[in-house]
Design a protein around this ligand. Structure first.
Ligand SMILES: [Zn+2]
Length: 369
């Protein structure tokens, strides 16, 4: 068997690609790779994440749903820092890696059942799932909080998804999206193992773009954890396949308002704010369902976590914009995290680092001064 989907807790295999939780104990699922990563498996002519299609063996080539995601530029910012421009993905964020893999794997099964897609996100994931549903010719219902507005909601609606507004907090929105209804297929990006598995491609790309050298330090913003967990899984796969000798040092960056991982990782108590008001408005998971798995795997990978205050995020956002990198404030959290670790002497100025810029600046609701 080339892969297996198993429960992260009880280890039981999952028998359907559609499952987003263990059918025995309800815990999250993981995709295990049984195939080694080998450079010969890369389709070098394909300039999208599908150059690695052989490493996603649960998808048939004929079923691929693509808008040209992945193979984003790794751009030199200074002698020691490069940016991975995930904002240049088709819907303007890294989520397209997950959506493309997920929809490619599932769209036939859902069509055969005459079904539609259900997802809860008013942000980048909602926009991305809406776009890939449109590309696959599937109806999507995107559940959002009734207070939501802004450029990302416009984007979801322009892709033709039906927006369902739900009163109450984030968990109520999720419950409504997951509520069992006939021919409804919940593909929630936070829980679905295939969405997270799509993020593996980012680890492959970064390493290939560095000619198979270890990307010493990687800074990324963390909210629900799909990018973090997918990246760790990709680097683990490269190391187990002897493509890399060591793991990069992966640094999870969070705002002081939304920092449950930072606190758990550092063994500190975390009290979420009553309302998240941070300008990093893509980072909202104060109680992410995968929190313990994140902390455990970040520790096992010898990673680190850093917390940034609001002023540092705004400063980093403005600095990036003024240097030509217009990304959403949530992406600036990763750059702010890098700068903080330099200031705190947890990283030397000369150490090489990659900062993942996750989303496009055109999505921001901020106005210039
Ligand atoms: Zn289980």
């Amino acid at each position: 068997m080339k892969y297996q989907i198993t429960c992260s807790k009880c280890g039981r295999p999952s028998l359907s690609l559609l499952n987003y939780r263990c059918q025995s104990c309800d815990a999250p699922l993981d995709v295990e790779q049984h195939e080694r990563f080998e450079a010969e498996k890369i389709d070098g002519k394909n300039r999208s994440l599908w150059r690695y299609s052989q490493l996603f063996p649960y998808i048939d080539e004929a079923d691929i749903i693509s808008l040209g995601e992945g193979w984003t530029p790794l751009v030199k910012f200074s002698n020691s820092v490069s940016f991975k421009l995930e904002n240049l993905n088709p819907t303007g964020s890294f989520k397209d890696r997950g959506s493309s893999i997920l929809m490619s794997a599932l769209h036939k099964l859902i069509k055969e059942a005459d079904g539609y897609i259900s997802e809860d996100s008013s942000g980048n994931a909602g926009a991305s799932i809406a776009a890939y549903s449109a590309r696959a010719g599937l109806k999507a219902k995107i559940y959002v909080s009734e207070t939501v507005s802004g450029p990302k909601l416009n984007q979801i609606q322009f892709y033709g998804a039906e927006v369902v507004k739900v009163a109450g907090d984030r968990s109520k929105v999720a419950n409504e999206a997951q509520k069992v209804e006939k021919v409804k297929f919940y593909v929630g990006h936070i829980l679905h193992p295939l969405f997270r598995d799509g993020m593996r491609s980012l680890a492959y790309e970064i390493t290939e773009q560095l000619d198979w050298h270890v990307p010493e330090n990687i800074y990324l913003p963390v909210s629900a954890g799909t990018l973090l967990l997918g990246l760790i899984s990709g680097f683990n796969h490269l190391r187990e396949s002897n493509m890399l000798r060591t793991m990069p040092r992966i640094v999870a960056c969070q705002t002081n308002q939304v920092s449950p991982l930072y606190h758990l990782f550092k063994n500190l108590a975390y009290t979420p704010p009553r309302r998240v008001t941070s300008i990093a408005d893509a980072l909202v998971s104060v109680n992410p369902p995968l929190l313990e798995i994140m902390a455990e795997r970040l520790k096992a990978a010898n990673g680190d976590a850093v917390m940034i205050d609001e002023n540092q995020v705004l400063f980093a956002f403005k600095e990036l914009s003024k240097r030509g990198f217009f990304v959403e404030p949530s992406s600036a959290v990763a750059y702010a995290g890098y700068k903080k670790q330099i200031d705190d002497k947890e990283l030397s100025k000369d150490d090489y680092a990659i900062v993942v810029l996750t989303g496009a600046g055109l999505k921001t609701v901020l106005k210039p001064d």
